[in-house]
Structure formats: C-alpha cells, structure tokens
Design a protein around this ligand. Structure first.
Ligand code: BMP
Length: 222
C-alpha cells in the first residue's frame, strides 16, 4: 500500500532496509539531518536503496534558487525527491531548483498546503495562487494535508497526473486511508511508525487500515 515513512529523528539507518518491500518509501526530515548528519542521511539512502522505494529528502526549502541548489547538492545521487515550499514562487526560486533537479534526474515535490490547523491562515486561503505556481513550476509531486481531505480533492481535480503525498496520518489525527480515498497517491506517517516499539508491525497495521478504507469497508469520513 502507498505508505511513506517519515524519519524526523536519526533512527537506526537499517530501519530503512527493514521497511523495504513493506512500504513505498521513506522521507528524511530536516531535524533528522541536523542531528544525524550528512553521513547518516547518506547511509539511510543506501539502506533504502536495497529496494525500489522512494527516497525523499524533506528540507522544506523556501529560498532563492541559488541557496536551494546549494542545499540539495550534497544529497544528489542519494535521494530521488526533494521537498520545497511553493509560496516562494517560480522566477529566481523554484524555476531554478526545478531545472537543477531535472538536470540531475531528481524529482521536485512542492508543498501546496500543510496538515496543521494554522495552514488555513495562509496556504488554504492562497490555494488558487499556489496552484498557479504549481502549474508553472511543474513538480513531480505535491504535499497536501491528510487532515483536510477537501484540499486534496481540489488539488486532484486540477492536477490529474501529479503525485499527491499526504502527511497528518497517525500522530496528527487523520486516520489511514482517507487521504488516499480523497485522491492522494501516498500517505506519509512518521511517529506512529518510528516511535512504535515494533515499527514494522505498526507499518503493517496502518497498511491494513488503509486497505480497508480504500476497499470501501469503512464508510464514515475521516
Ligand atoms: P508525523 O506522522 O510524525 O506527524 O510526521 C509527519 C511528517 O510529515 C513530518 O515529517 C512532517 O515534517 C511532514 N509534514 C507534515 O506533518 N505536514 C505537512 O503539511 C507537511 C509535511 O511534510
């Protein structure tokens, strides 16, 4: 099932290999890189490389193009996808990052809205503008909140072929499967898996819950 596990702390790199074949990918976050260091992030990438899963680096970039290129450069060849905020716009910023990643065969993922309630203050109000940026920059994927499936629905209606990655399942309260049902391609889960005493068992049980909702076994809305 389409599950991506978020590593926001420097967990044992081997966990990435043990999750191979169970989940569809891993996402390594900024706090994990700060604490674990560049070599740890590369080791995780090598461990995850033993299967076909996605390896996404989530530095939540939001800067001028030059600085974003400098930020991702040490990870090129180790990660397949890189997450940036969309509100910075295209010219001089995301356009440059997109060309750089294209040149290196890596994918860009843009945040369209976020899972925390405060995301309604700006991101959701600006969604039409955000969608224009996404249209222009043409990323491979979009981040949209599992906590607000209606936002996923709007993005899916506008971007039929882009991958939608949805965080907010588990620790933030969204239940597995509902973001997929609203149009997401992947659900992102961090603490509910990495903080579990048995992360593999936790991942498997989330996948079972996803399957049940997607099959239509659970009617009520998430
Ligand atoms: P958790 O399941 O532990 O709440 O982790 C969620 C993960 O998704 C974190 O890595 C976080 O940075 C990321 N994320 C999020 O929670 N909301 C967003 O809107 C965008 C994110 O990337």
């Amino acid at each position: 099932m389409p599950l991506i596990v978020a590593f926001d702390e420097p967990v044992e790199a081997e966990l990435a290999a043990r999750l191979c074949g169970i989940v569809d990918g891993i996402k390594v976050g900024l706090p994990a890189v700060i604490r674990g260091g560049l070599e740890w992030a590369r080791e995780v990438s090598r461990a995850a490389g033993s299967c076909e899963g996605l390896r996404i680096l989530d530095l939540k970039l939001a800067d001028i193009g030059h600085v974003m290129r400098l930020s991702v450069e040490p990870f090129i060849g180790y990660y397949d996808g890189f997450i940036a905020h969309s509100f910075v716009g295209g010219e001089g910023s995301l356009d440059e990052l997109k060309s750089y990643l294209d040149h290196h065969g890596a994918r860009l993922v843009l945040v369209a809205s976020m899972s925390h309630p405060g995301s309604r203050d700006v991101y959701d109000r600006a969604l039409d503008f955000i969608m224009e940026v996404i249209e222009r920059v043409d990323p491979w994927g979009i981040v949209a909140p599992a906590t607000r499936p209606s936002i996923i629905g709007r993005l899916r209606a506008r971007f039929a072929s882009k991958k939608i990655l949805s965080p907010g399942v588990g620790a933030q309260g969204a239940r597995p499967g509902y973001a997929l049902r609203a149009g997401a391609d992947y659900e992102i889960v961090g603490r509910a898996i990495t903080g579990a005493s048995d992360p593999l068992a936790a991942a498997k049980s989330i996948i079972e819950a996803q399957e049940e909702v997607v099959r239509g076994g659970v009617e009520e809305d998430g």
